[in-house]
Each structure stands twice: as C-alpha cells, then as structure tokens.
Design a protein around this ligand. Structure first.
Ligand SMILES: [Zn+2]
Ligand SMILES: [Zn+2]
Ligand SMILES: [Zn+2]
Length: 340
C-alpha cells in the first residue's frame, strides 16, 4: 500500500474516512488510486483539483466504506461495493462492525487487483463471468439461519465469506480447530479471488499443461480430496512442497493459496517501498526479485513481531517449489495484462 497524506500534511490510512488532524472528509479515488481530501459543496464533495464526487451509499447509510464515485455515475455504490450480492443483516448489533472489517479487507484486495490491471466485472455487467461477494451468516450467529455452518469459499463467480470470519474470537477458534498458522479476512479474500481468476482465464493447452505440472490435476475429485485432508491431515513433507498445509489439500487450493501469497507479497512490498524499507516498489521488480526481497523482509517482519511479544506476522516459508508456483501466478497475471 502507498502512503497517503491529507491536504493538511497529516499521514492518513487507506481505511480512513476522516483526517484525524484537520477533520477533512477523505475518500479513495479508485480510478487514480489516490486518497482525496474533500470539501462539502451543495450535496456533493469537491477535491483539491476541483473535481466533484459523491460518497458511496455504503458510506452514507452504513459507514462501512470510504471509496468515492463520480458525481455523474449511475450506481449509488462505489466500484468495490457494486460487487456485493449479499450484505449482512444490520439489525444484529455486531454486524455493522463485522461488515466494516470485511469491506476494509475487500477494498485492499480490490486495490491490488486494480493496480495489477486485472479484469473486474460485476454479475450485472457479465452474468456468465462476473464476480460477486456473499457475506453470510449461519446458526452460530443466531436462530433463524437455515445452515448450521456456512463455509467461506468460492463457486461459479461467487465468493462467500462467513461474517464470523470478521469476529476475532470466532476466527481464532476456527484457526485453532483447523490447526492453521494463519487465518485472516484478507487472506480468505485473496485466496478466493485466485479461484475466480483461474476460472475466468480459460487457459490454453500450454498454460493448462504448466498448471498441471506444478499443481497437479485440477479435476481431481474435490470433495474426496478435502475430506481426506480434514480426516488424515496434510502429507508429512508438505512444508517442502507447499506454501501452507491447506495448499496440499487439492491442486485448486494450491493454486489459490499461491495466488493469495502473490498478492500478499505485492502489497507488502509496495508498503515496504513506500516506507523506505526497500529501494523499489514491486512494479519495478521481476517476480524473482520480489521473492528474494520478501524472503529477507518477512524475516525482519517476524523478528519485529517477536520483539514486541507477538507471533510471526508471516508464518510461511517460500521454498523452491513455492517459488515456481509464484512465478506461474506472475505468468497468468501477465496474460491478463496482455488481454486488456
Ligand atoms: Zn487533514
Ligand atoms: Zn463503497
Ligand atoms: Zn479455496
């Protein structure tokens, strides 16, 4: 992520809707990928360059968004909120905060997808190949929900996230139960977006063959593979072949985990460059250079966390097999970029 500043000079975060120093309204411009400080003007908002903006309806009604839209835009929602198909029931008091957390993570996902120039279409824009998000609940959240456990996952253009993933206690319980080293909302979203883009790609024989050589047969029985993963656990040597234990469950999961890590690394390196920790941003590096940089930087990040009594922020090892998978993700992203 870049470093943003308000017009008063105060550093502000990507999620901020207001400057903590001068009180100015802030909004993110998803076309220029910059934060804009705004002045109210007759029901609209004006940025320093004189452009007029509207706030996203999810900001006005629910305070869960800080993205802007052009004053002449038809939809009352910002670019990222247009992808929501199911939003939480806000009569439940905790749900506003949970939704806000999901939105923050979703915005960060979209930021990198936009930056990489990946194609993004809503279901309305492309009923066959569009993307949508369902933020759902199950009986763990209360009576009246038909499902006892609504899984976070991906199917046919729809990313489903259980709202409880935005609840620290519930998510941590789930992480412990599944014996995972890392479980975050952003991690879920980046992972699920990997399923979507693979599905969107419609790979030619060359790419499909390279996928199979690296990850295995994506058409392997999915339900049986997941069942085996959860009952028998990962193979003993998983850490020398995969980025995570879960990646060993099925070739499609391995792909989605690799894609997710590609995005983690891209965003983290941009942040590191913006804060002067590395000399260049990820856009100026080859994938190999990014991997090398990130290997060093993630050790520093983990050591910093340990220095203040926290567990490792990035509990992963980029082994040689993972390196090849990340290089393949880079190839797929380049393909999308050339298709534009
Ligand atoms: Zn300010
Ligand atoms: Zn929005
Ligand atoms: Zn998955």
């Amino acid at each position: 992520m870049q470093r943003f500043t308000c017009r008063c000079g105060q550093p502000v975060f990507f999620d901020n809707a207001q400057c903590t120093a001068c009180g100015a309204r802030l909004g993110f411009d998803s076309e220029a990928l910059v934060m804009r400080a705004l002045q109210p003007d007759d029901g609209q908002w004006v940025s320093e360059d004189g452009a007029t903006w509207l706030l996203c309806d999810n900001a006005i009604q629910h305070g869960v968004c800080n993205w802007l839209l052009h004053a002449d835009q038809e939809s009352p929602l910002c670019r990222a909120c247009q992808f929501n198909r199911t939003v939480p029931n806000l009569e439940q008091p905790a749900n506003s905060e949970r939704w806000a957390r999901l939105e923050q993570a979703k915005k960060r996902l979209f930021y990198t997808l936009l930056q990489l120039g990946l194609p993004l279409a809503t279901l309305a824009e492309s009923p066959q190949r569009g993307l949508a998000f369902d933020f759902v609940e199950d009986q763990r959240s209360g009576q009246g929900f038909c499902e006892s456990f609504a899984h976070t996952g991906y199917a046919a253009g729809i990313v489903t996230i259980n709202l409880l993933e935005a609840d620290d206690v519930a998510r941590e319980e789930q992480r412990e139960f599944l014996r995972e080293d890392y479980r975050t909302v952003l991690g879920h979203l980046r992972h699920e977006s990997g399923h979507y883009f693979w599905h969107l790609l419609q790979p030619d024989a060359d790419i499909a063959g390279a996928f199979k050589a690296l990850f295995g047969d994506e058409f392997e029985d999915y339900a049986a593979a997941l069942e085996a993963h959860y009952t028998q656990g990962p193979p003993q040597d998983w850490s020398s072949r995969f980025i995570s234990a879960y990646a060993s469950a099925h070739p499609s999961e391995d792909w989605a985990e690799s894609w997710g890590h590609y995005l983690h690394i891209y965003d983290a390196l941009e942040t590191a460059a913006a804060h002067g920790l590395v000399p260049q941003g990820p856009e100026e590096m080859t994938v190999q250079e990014r991997i090398t940089r990130w290997r060093d930087l993630s050790v520093t990040l983990n050591e910093l966390n340990r220095s203040i009594g926290l567990s490792d922020a990035y509990p992963f090892v980029l082994n040689t097999a993972v390196e090849l998978k990340l290089t393949f993700v880079d190839r797929v992203i380049s393909l999308f970029q050339t298709l534009r």
